[in-house]
Design a binder for this molecule. Sequence first.
Ligand code: AMP
Length: 439
Amino acid sequence: MRFNDLGLRAEILQSVAAEGYDIPTPIQAQAIPVVLSGRDLMAAAQTGTGKTAGFTLPILQLLAGRDTGLSLKKFRPRALILTPTRELAAQVHDSVRVYGRHLPLKSAVIYGGVGMGPQTRLLKQGVDIVVATPGRLLDHVSERNADLSGIEILVLDEADRMLDMGFIRDIRKILSLLPKRKQSLLFSATFSDEIRALAQGLLTDPASVEVARRNSAAEAVTQTVYPVDRVRKKDLLVKLIQDHGWHQVLVFTRTKHGADALARHLEKSGITAAALHGNKTQGARQRALDDFKRLKINVLVATDIAARGIDIDQLPQVVNFELPNVPEDYVHRIGRTGRAGSDGAAVSLVCVDEAKLLRDIERVLKRSIEKCVVPGYEPDPSIRPEPIQKPRQPRSGVSHGKHGDTNKGRDRQGNGKPDRRGNTTHGDRGAHHSGVRGR
Ligand code: AMP
């Protein structure tokens, strides 16, 4: 199947062709006809599958084919796309703009961490499509800047992450402001009971599409584990980057402190790097991301939530500086690479304390990951594993940042001091070492 076979209008096909896309990805091939038919949709699709165009293209088509006059006169947006993070909102909005550039549709992206003024002006001028994080959208609603009573199409993008980040109350509040009669699309990488409950209340007779089994993203990616002592991870990372000449590496750390410290260490070692996390201003985050995309910096060090939804074409290299506590997070992380058919490699630096986490990940992947010990970096066998701190799972009700901030409720900070083993005492959700005494 080609894009031309999907019944999309010429203006949209022109934009798609300009992006160099000819063949729809599986999620696009399945979701686009469903959305065009007006049906509700429940889609199991991870980032990297092309899901954004899967909902953006048919929404543009539907809105362009309907009369805009009435809604615009009343300043009412007609399509609402909710995302968990600012970065994802910005990316989805970029897609709306790119694919809709030949259509007379207006759009706005609404998220926290930046001034309300410019967003308010846009909303008051009238837009067809709003891409928003939940908290800031509600701020605009309470200021009477946004009237959601004209919404014809609703998208919940990465619904599982929105629930993980504690947005359920905000989402329910937003849903209560929308008209009952509308088309609703729910995209989620995983389908927990909570997601199913949300879907049941929201969707009417939905079509269900699933393109990738959970975790299947992992199969396209070459994965390697480097066993190494915790205190030597930074130096090993420098060596790997230099030896392999990696020029665009996304590195995951558990904590914001850890991200900052590692970025500083890399810079000191002559490798250009920046940290991306929720304590940075929106401007700094965007700058770091732009610099990374344009290869002005080689390494972006990010916490899980900050990295969520980052869309970089053909990201060649992902490094887990520390393993995540939840195997699904590992799958999400390595899903940053090997996207839409391109090759990618994921490397994990694993110390003795993380052996159980690694086993859990391998159990979920249903295979073991190749281990590679770097000469000179062999783990010291006299270091005994320390008990792993049970993660605190952020669920509904966790502080989530009213303005779509991404890290609250996850990165709780301690004093950030390293102990003998190189552990730090910033009590992140992911802290798995004995150093979280300061909690
Ligand atoms: P997404 O899952 O929406 O984040 O998209 C993942 C990546 O795939 C993005 O970088 C898109 O630009 C790219 N992409 C989307 N649709 C296609 C397509 N039909 N062919 C090739 N790449 C695509």
